[in-house]
Ligand binder design. Structure first.
Ligand code: GLY
Ligand code: MN
Ligand code: MN
Length: 529
């Protein structure tokens, strides 16, 4: 197919395979003279001797817990590959959260990496566990290599220096190996335990190449490959994902610090948005002005956004995940801003404030806002060690149902609405009040229901409390004055022995405090401090 003279059905076929044509702008010579010249005369890479990361001991403790749960089995935890955004341009890389948690790696570390727990004799592994863990990744290539200048996805000439094996080993306190050794590490001695083989558990759907590698190894070593029960194998794998999610339900001290860092940067981002609001009000897509102002802070202070910013004015605020942000912000609108900075460690905040775009709530806006605030306060009051996670939601939504009844909007009595058979109030708040927060904005999502929704609140849990009321323009069941108003107030909570601590308390919550805070920022910006 490389031959320009090939023909098929009388038609001339390609002289260059399509997959090689992703980057036709490359004019790189391929002569031996060029290769030799490119490989020569570069300064040696600096030999850094990095210190052990503060997270290393925490990550080791997490791995030890997982090791205790899967004795005798090989565990495969991929970081994931780069993902194509378009043609030869990738999205910024972000590793899978389970991988980040077990290695302590943040930022863009490290595409195609895989953490493997190799089973060893019980009690002889890392920290007296049942496994030895090794991190496989593609390390920095020498400047005399072709990878250095020719690989646009991993070459230093293109993307900057990458970590070496020694660097990560020192930082993480974890043995490292080249990704070229990965295939053997995943597949060796795989087989049924009764015949001396090792069984694997994999965090699936993170890296399809690793899924295929494990599937092939399982198939090739199965006693009866044609009758391999994929359902059983999927269930084995799912248990590992579940365990990694449940491991994150309680945050350690280092994680709490990371969340505090993320929240602090987010608080600054909200203040930047208030500064940008006067310009946003004059712009044909004011919501994007808001989104951009917040994003600038996220990149300056942190790694990224933890999720796409919701910058929703007027009726758009009634769209729960309005991330299009294409709308205008009009004087008198409420702006619902739901945004979170992701720290370099990848822990994210998740905060919502609903702001009067021109600085003052109207009477009806204030009435709705205060109902939501009362619901949030009821959620806080319910958050006590030993109560169930779901009790927060019940407490908050009961307040909302009561208000809706007072306003004559609820078609049934409160008791009927809050019963399982009713739930009419959920027309105006169809989402949950709380979710765990951490490396993922909706953290611990694969945890068992008994430990999540039905779980008991414990010290070290971090979660949101985020009631809202959303009255759509199109809602014919409510008086006109309510329509086009969406309010959510979302805070990030750390559960302590003394009760819930609001990590995002630096942002004002009451309507009066919000107005005063905005006025203060504008006053200062106008040089009248
Ligand atoms: N920002 C998504 C959420 O609040 O859950
Ligand atoms: Mn949330
Ligand atoms: Mn949110």
């Amino acid at each position: 197919m490389n031959d320009a003279d090939n023909t098929y059905n009388g038609e001339k076929t390609a002289s260059q395979p399509l997959e090689e044509r992703v980057n036709n702008r490359s004019q790189r010579p391929s002569s031996e003279a060029f290769k030799a010249f490119m490989a020569s005369n570069w300064a040696p890479s600096p030999q850094v001797a990095p210190e052990r990361d503060a997270v290393a001991d925490h990550a080791a403790r997490r791995r030890r817990i997982i090791s205790g749960q899967f004795k005798g089995e090989r565990l495969v935890v991929p970081a994931g590959p780069l993902k194509v955004r378009s043609n030869d341009c990738d999205y910024r890389f972000r590793p899978h959260s389970g991988f980040a948690h077990l290695t302590g790696l943040g930022l863009d570390h490290e595409p195609d990496a895989v953490l493997i727990f190799e089973p060893v004799e019980e009690g002889t592994g890392d920290d007296g566990g049942n496994h030895r863990a090794t991190l496989y990744f593609r390390p920095l290539a020498g400047r005399d290599s072709e990878q250095f200048y020719a690989d646009s996805r991993s070459g230093e000439f293109w993307i900057g220096a990458r970590p070496t094996l020694a660097e990560f080993e020192a930082r993480l306190g974890l043995p490292t190996a080249h990704v070229d050794e990965l295939e053997t590490a995943v597949t060796k001695n795989v087989g049924a335990p009764e015949i001396g083989g090792i069984s694997i558990r994999l965090v699936r759907k993170v890296d399809e190449n690793i899924d295929a590698l494990v599937d092939t190894a399982r198939y090739n070593t199965a006693k009866d490959p044609d009758n391999l029960d994929l359902g059983v194998l999927d269930a084995l794998d799912e248990k590992l994902s579940e365990a990694l999610s449940e491991l994150r339900l309680i945050k350690d001290g280092w994680e709490v610090e990371q969340l505090q860092t993320a929240v602090a940067a987010t608080v600054e981002g909200f203040a930047e948005v208030v500064k940008a609001l006067p310009r946003a009000l004059t712009h044909f897509r004011g919501e994007r002005v808001v989104e951009g102002a917040f994003f600038a802070r996220a990149r300056e202070e942190g790694n990224e956004l933890g999720y796409d910013t919701i910058a929703a004015a007027g009726n758009n605020a009634t769209v729960l995940h309005w991330t299009r942000n294409t709308g205008k912000i009009k004087a008198g609108d409420l702006l619902l801003l739901d945004a979170g900075v992701e720290a370099d460690s990848l822990y994210t905040a998740d905060i919502t404030r609903t702001l009067p775009a021109t600085g003052t709530f109207s009477d009806i806006q204030r009435k709705i806002y205060e109902a939501v605030l009362d619901a949030a306060d009821a959620g806080f009051a319910a958050a006590r060690i030993g109560t169930r996670f779901r009790d927060i939601h019940t407490a908050a939504t009961t307040v909302l149902a009561e208000r809706l009844a007072e306003w004559g909007l609820l078609p049934v009595p409160v008791a009927e609405a809050i019963s399982d058979e009713g739930q009419q109030h959920r027309r105006w708040m169809p989402h949950g009040t709380s979710h765990h927060l951490g490396l993922d904005v909706h953290d611990c999502a694969q945890a068992k229901r008994e430990l999540y929704l039905d779980g008991v609140l414990a010290e070290g849990m971090v979660f949101t409390i985020e009631p809202g009321l959303y009255f759509k323009n199109e809602d014919l069941g409510i008086p006109e004055e309510y329509r086009g108003i969406g309010v959510r107030i979302e805070d990030d909570i750390l559960m302590t022995a003394e009760g819930p601590v609001n990590l995002s308390a630096a942002l004002p919550r009451t309507a009066d405090d919000v107005e005063a805070w905005m006025a203060g920022i504008w006053h200062e910006a106008n040089g009248k401090a």
